[in-house]
Every structure is written in structure tokens, then in C-alpha cells.
Design a protein around this ligand. Structure first.
Ligand code: NAD
Length: 248
């Protein structure tokens, strides 16, 4: 896959799946924008590594749930590169807690990042993509938004289900110029799951046919496929990447 001359924004890309997606795009020649919310040192470190691959990388601090931040981020990208070709909506949070200890502010925080953040980046980046009549948007949902649901993350699961729905609506809104698709990973080995107990994670691993969690790179592979010309006839779709995770 060759992404030379493509400008790619990956939200929440200082670590985890986003970082892996950013590295892969850079290795394929793209200009990559690292977005981070708070961890400046991690973001700068990955920006330096990526610069050694594609030579064209920048990092921007922006909270995707804040409209002002998103407008500033997209304006900065347009000012520097003149266009934006690929948007990967990867930034996401999960606040695990039992139902009675879950509060409205947990819901708001989760929905603000996982749904409203995607709305904002898609709105402001989509405008520029439409002007050039070219663009790819890939949203990182989750199998939690389909059938492997957990009351401990009730708001996260609802947000990821909402994101699958938003993917279809955005595909309609931006047709026929921008392909909008989603990837729904099962368990992925990242810092997002650090707070979960080892015994719980082991029982979840047992539910996957491949008996292991995904490496972030295995999610990135599918994101790059969806952003490539090979996937040009796929639109409004969600692809599961879950190692054969069985519902439970
Ligand atoms: P992670 O916690 O390692 O990375 C998430 C990144 O998003 C972090 O860098 C974080 O700072 C950033 N972020 C969070 N809120 C933000 C905001 N408001 N603005 C900008 N950046 C923000 O987690 P990950 O596992 O790499 O998750 C990446 C995506 O994959 C998320 O959308 C997550 O829901 C999804 N996902 C993860 C798993 C898994 O098992 N790890 C499974 C399915 C889906």
C-alpha cells in the first residue's frame, strides 16, 4: 500500500492502537498528524520516530470533545499541508465501573469523546475533503458496540454502538466522495485494559478462537486497507477484527 502524498490525521495517537496506525501510515509514505490530549512527552517521542520514516509529521494537542480544539487542529493541518485525505477517529475512553456507582458525568465524558468527538472531527475535516471530492474516514468502534456487551462499561458500549450507526449516517452524508467505514476490534493488548483484573482478562482470552488478544498492529492493518484504493467499493461498513471472539 502506498500512501505517498496523503495527509493522515489519527486522533489519540500518542499510544496504543492510534500510535500503531500512525506508524504504519508513515512507513507507507504518508504525512501523519499525531493528535494527543495530555501526554505531550509520549506524543513528541512518537512524532520523532515517525519523522524518521516519512520525514513529514507533526503533533497537535487537541481534545476531540472540544469544538474549539478540533477547529484549531483542522485549521492548522490545512494551513501546513493544504488538504486532509484520511481521518482516523481512534481517540476513545472507557470508564469501567459497576452500575450503581456509575454517574451522569461518566456518561457525559464517554459520549463527549467517543461520539461527539467523532462528529466534530468528521464535520470539520469532512468539509475540506468534500471540497476536493476525496476522503476516507475510518472510525474505531468495538465489538462492545455489537454483541460482546458488558454492564461494567454500559456507556462505552452504547457509544461504540452509536459510532457504528454514525458511520452509516456519515457515509450517506458524504457520498459519493468520502468513504466512511468502521473497524470493530475485540480485545487489543493496550494500556486501555490495564485496570482490568488479570483473571478477568484471562477468561476473556479464553473466549477468543485465537486464544490471544490482538496486537495494535493487527487493527492498524485493517485501517490501512480501508483507507486504501483496494477498499474503494466499501462504504458505511463495520469490519470486526476480534480473533473469533464469542459473545459472552
Ligand atoms: P488507549 O487508551 O491506549 O488510547 C486511546 C488514546 O485516545 C489515548 O492516547 C488517549 O489520550 C486518547 N484520547 C482519549 N480521549 C481523548 C480526547 N478527548 N481527545 C484526544 N485524544 C483522546 O486505548 P486503545 O486501546 O489504543 O484504544 C484506541 C481505540 O480503540 C479507542 O477508541 C478504543 O475504544 C478502541 N478499542 C480498544 C480496544 C482494546 O481492547 N484496547 C478494543 C476495542 C476498541
Amino acid at each position: 500500500m502506498n500512501f505517498k502524498d496523503k495527509v493522515v490525521l489519527v486522533t489519540g495517537s500518542s499510544r496504543g492502537i492510534g500510535r500503531s496506525i500512525a506508524v504504519k501510515f508513515a512507513k507507507e509514505g504518508a504525512s501523519v498528524i499525531i493528535n494527543y490530549r495530555s501526554n505531550e512527552s509520549e506524543a513528541k517521542a512518537i512524532t520523532e520516530i515517525i519523522s524518521s520514516y516519512s520525514g513529514n509529521c507533526m503533533c497537535i494537542q487537541a481534545d476531540v470533545s472540544k469544538e474549539r480544539d478540533v477547529k484549531m487542529m483542522i485549521d492548522t493541518i490545512i494551513e501546513k499541508y493544504g488538504h486532509i485525505d484520511i481521518l482516523v477517529n481512534n481517540a476513545g475512553i472507557a470508564i469501567d465501573n459497576d452500575f450503581q456507582n456509575r454517574h451522569v458525568k461518566d456518561w457525559q465524558e464517554t459520549l463527549n469523546t467517543n461520539l461527539i468527538g467523532v462528529f466534530l472531527t468528521s464535520k470539520y475535516a469532512g468539509k475540506h475533503m468534500l471540497e476536493r471530492q476525496y476522503g476516507k474516514i475510518i472510525n474505531i468502534s468495538s465489538t462492545n458496540g455489537i454483541d460482546t456487551i458488558y454492564p461494567y462499561s454500559i456507556d462505552y458500549d452504547a457509544s461504540k454502538a452509536g459510532l457504528i450507526n454514525m458511520t452509516k449516517n456519515l457515509a450517506i452524508e458524504f457520498a459519493p466522495f468520502i468513504n466512511v467505514n468502521a473497524v470493530a476490534p475485540g480485545w487489543v493488548d493496550t494500556g486501555m485494559n490495564d485496570d482490568l483484573s488479570k483473571s478477568y482478562l484471562k477468561s476473556e482470552m479464553e473466549k477468543t478462537l485465537l486464544k490471544r488478544f490482538a496486537e495494535p498492529e493487527e487493527i492498524a492493518n485493517v485501517v490501512l486497507f480501508l483507507a486504501s484504493d483496494m477498499a474503494r467499493y466499501i462504504d458505511g461498513e463495520t469490519i470486526r477484527v476480534d480473533g473469533g471472539l464469542k459473545m459472552g
